[in-house]
Design a protein around this ligand. Structure first.
Ligand code: URA
Ligand code: CA
Length: 433
């Protein structure tokens, strides 16, 4: 087989066989196929697309390019959840203990954040003592016993994806549905998921800005998952504004505790119930989404979900007393209110700009080496559609620096007030096939 023939075949609009896709992925991972040939094929895929079978084969080839995590020692159907990335997205912190309280095994491998979207591990580390350095054996034992554990990313998972993603970044081939869908799905499958629940964000703060693009990506991923025997469902959800009120590590842990207690922000609570219902159905613990939702609401009301969060924190060295006393979480030295300059209705809160404002305070990393300041961040006091009078607080800044001029300017630039505005729809669509 010659790489040049594979490139020409795709350039001419033909579909590639499994053997050709395997040849490309294996050869490129090993370094036998040079970047210039891989770039040419990526560009051909960008223009000529891939059919369902090619997408599935590409996904599996990337899974097989490196190590995979074997979760077969954990009983039950292991459901993983993936979000395409949001600002102040506290869902994982709530979902993990919530679905675990219903007996759904959550064996989560998670990462640290880079840029303005925070990582789940960073958020959890605002709880004193909490750590994710577990042996594979302890990880599996914890999930079998208490149904939930989080471990840091380890091993050499999907090296083909790492290499290809870096190449796509510099060759104008990131925005390709077959390439994005196979990239995301290969990582979930390599991490051991039997079933996958996807939260595809749409709106100004999302990777997919329009609902049409988000839906196309969601359908592509659901078809890949179901095609390779991993039951997959997706939700298209709004990211035109940050989710919930809190953006920042300790602030989001507090928000997660409130939500597990049944006192969380409306949008975060709703999204958690929608995603959680899918996870419970995928795990075979409810016949349909309505039954799953009722079960989730019941464990919130009974306090079992919150109790599970305490067990989860304790199991991994964390001080679970923060659940009853969130003032034990890292606190910022200064609280500074950002006030509305005019009266009206909030019509825009650009999520990624709010994320950048939180990052400027130290809540996120601009580079991998940056240290995170766990106590800082932002609390939105108004969301899109809310009434505000001039002089009332829009956002509270939690900072360890007294001078927040730059952060304030970012916040003002990202929030618009108009004569009329209504709240955006949170859940746009549910995709099950
Ligand atoms: N996120 C991924 O993991 N892969 C892509 O290709 C795009 C976004
Ligand atoms: Ca939030």
């Amino acid at each position: 087989m010659r790489m040049v023939d594979i490139i020409s075949k795709k350039r001419d609009g033909n579909s590639l066989s499994k053997a050709e896709i395997d040849f490309f992925i294996e050869g490129y991972t090993k370094g036998d196929i040079p970047d210039y040939q891989a770039s040419a094929l990526l560009m051909a895929i960008y223009f000529e697309d891939m059919n369902d079978e090619e997408r599935q084969n590409l996904t599996l080839a990337m899974v097989n390019s490196g190590e995979t995590i074997d979760l077969s020692a954990i009983s039950g159907i292991k459901v993983d959840k993936h979000s395409t990335g949001g600002v102040g997205d506290t869902t994982t912190l709530v979902l993990a203990p919530l679905v675990a309280a219903l007996g759904v095994p959550v064996a989560k491998m998670s990462g640290r954040g880079l840029g303005h979207t925070g990582g789940t591990i960073d958020k959890l580390e605002s709880v004193e003592g909490f750590h994710v350095e577990l042996s594979q054996k302890d990880f599996i034992e914890l999930v079998n016993r208490d149904k939930v554990a989080v471990i840091g990313q380890s091993g050499n998972l999907t090296p083909a994806d790492k290499k290809l993603y870096a190449l796509r970044d510099v060759t104008g081939t990131v925005d390709s549905i077959p390439l994005i869908a196979s990239s995301i799905m290969s990582k979930k499958i390599a991490a051991g998921a039997d079933a996958i629940c996807l939260d595809v964000k749409t709106g100004a703060g999302a990777f997919m800005k329009t609902e049409e693009d988000a839906e196309e990506l969601a359908r592509a991923m659901v078809r890949i998952g179901n095609g390779v025997q991993r039951n997959t469902m997706a939700v298209i959800s709004d990211m035109s504004q940050p989710l919930g009120f809190a953006v920042g590590n300790a602030l989001e842990v507090k928000e997660a505790i409130d939500t597990l207690r049944g006192n969380g922000p409306e949008d975060l609570t709703e999204l958690v119930l929608v995603l959680g219902s899918q996870m419970v159905v995928l795990a075979g613990q409810a016949a349909d989404l309505a039954e799953a939702r009722a079960k989730l609401e019941a464990v919130i009301a009974s306090g079992e979900a919150l109790a599970k969060f305490k067990v989860f924190l304790e199991n991994q060295g964390g001080d679970a007393s923060v659940v009853d006393d969130p003032s034990k979480l890292p606190q910022a030295r200064y609280e500074i209110d950002v006030k509305a300059k005019s009266s009206g209705f909030v019509s825009e809160i650009i999520a990624d700009e709010i994320g950048v404002a939180a990052m400027l305070l130290g809540a996120g990393r601009a580079t991998k080496e940056d240290q995170i300041d766990l106590g800082v961040g932002l609390l939105l006091r108004r969301k899109i559609g809310d009434r505000v009078e001039a002089g009332e607080t829009l956002v509270t800044i939690f900072s360890n620096r007294e001078d927040v001029t730059e952060v304030k300017a970012k916040i003002y630039a990202s929030i618009q007030i108009a004569e009329q505005a209504s709240a955006p729809k949170l859940v746009h669509k549910i995709i099950t096939e």
